[in-house]
Design a protein around this ligand. Structure first.
Ligand code: PEP
Ligand code: MN
Length: 277
């Protein structure tokens, strides 16, 4: 066990230089005050076609999601796996979000694409594999868009907070952290969801904390229980993968929820959040 020296993290620290606690950061995205209202981000792992993302967007709006996710640039383990539709994917995602009335979040994996992705997205996502890509962090630090910074799969909380400090020190203070599971000796689940990090972060930093149970578990049947547990642990929102036909998904087929599963889960999350307040 080590302690984290928050004096070395002056911008993300929960306490200000005088030692007083800072309130949780809030910023507006679409109809939601992130950090104050509970944020439900949902959508497919990848944008696959105009029809797919549009159908999902309309369903999610109806089911109560606040933000539409979908990868256009996919960081894949294998070079032979689907890499995303790129710019066309951004266009489809934007169109679908606008048509359904949802703001959009999508991952940027390359410093050269930050400007382009900013033209389409409401929120930029930095994925687990890029958490410590310091040039990318500096680039999104200059961007005028909020950032969701995922935890690297091998990162400590301190390393993760330092990455957020990079973005804030670059001039962008609209940052949220996303716990998406870390690598442990366990292989039954894709990663191990570190809920203690969620509770710990609420004391260490004023940045909103989001939980992604989809990449954390990799197993559809575990998404609902882990989502509810995350709400009780104090997270400010969830990011959940949902697909119109998960079995045929071009990426992460085993962890994307069917529409009906998401609908039920969203209702439960709302109830638990209200009673946990
Ligand atoms: C994703 O959210 O699309 C993703 C690739 O997740 P992670 O970076 O957490 O693996
Ligand atoms: Mn995915």
């Amino acid at each position: 066990m080590t302690n984290i020296d928050l004096k070395k993290l002056p911008l993300v620290s929960r306490t200000d230089p005088e030692g007083n606690p800072r309130p949780t950061t809030t910023f507006r995205v679409g109809g939601v005050d992130v950090g104050k209202d509970f944020l439900m981000i949902a959508g497919p792992c990848s944008v696959e076609s105009r029809e797919q993302i549009t159908e999902i967007a309309f369903f999610l709006k109806e089911a109560g999601a606040d933000m539409l996710r979908g990868g256009a640039y996919k960081p894949r383990t294998s070079p032979y796996s689907f890499q995303g539709l790129g710019r066309v994917g951004l266009e489809y995602l934007r169109e679908a979000g606008d048509a359904a009335g949802l703001p959009i979040i999508t991952e940027v994996i390359d410093t050269r694409d930050v400007y382009l992705v900013c033209e389409y997205a409401d929120v930029l996502q930095i994925g687990a594999r890029n958490m410590q890509n310091f040039s990318l962090l500096q680039e999104v630090g200059k961007a005028r868009k909020p950032v969701l910074l995922k935890r690297g799969m091998n990162a400590t909380i301190e390393e993760w907070l330092n990455c957020a400090e990079y973005i804030l020190s670059g001039g962008n203070d609209r940052v949220m952290l996303c716990e998406r599971g870390i690598r442990t000796h366990e292989t039954y689940t894709r990663n191990t969801l570190d809920l203690s990090a969620v509770a710990a972060l609420k004391g260490l930093t004023h940045l909103p904390v989001i939980v992604d149970p989809s990449h954390a578990t990799g197993r559809r049947e575990l998404i609902a229980p882990m989502s509810l547990a995350a709400v009780v642990a104090g997270c400010d929102g969830l990011e959940i993968e949902v697909h119109n036909c998960p079995e045929k998904a071009l990426s992460d087929a085993g962890q994307q929820l069917h529409f009906g599963e998401f609908e039920q889960l969203a209702k439960k999350v709302k109830k638990i959040h209200e009673s946990a307040l």
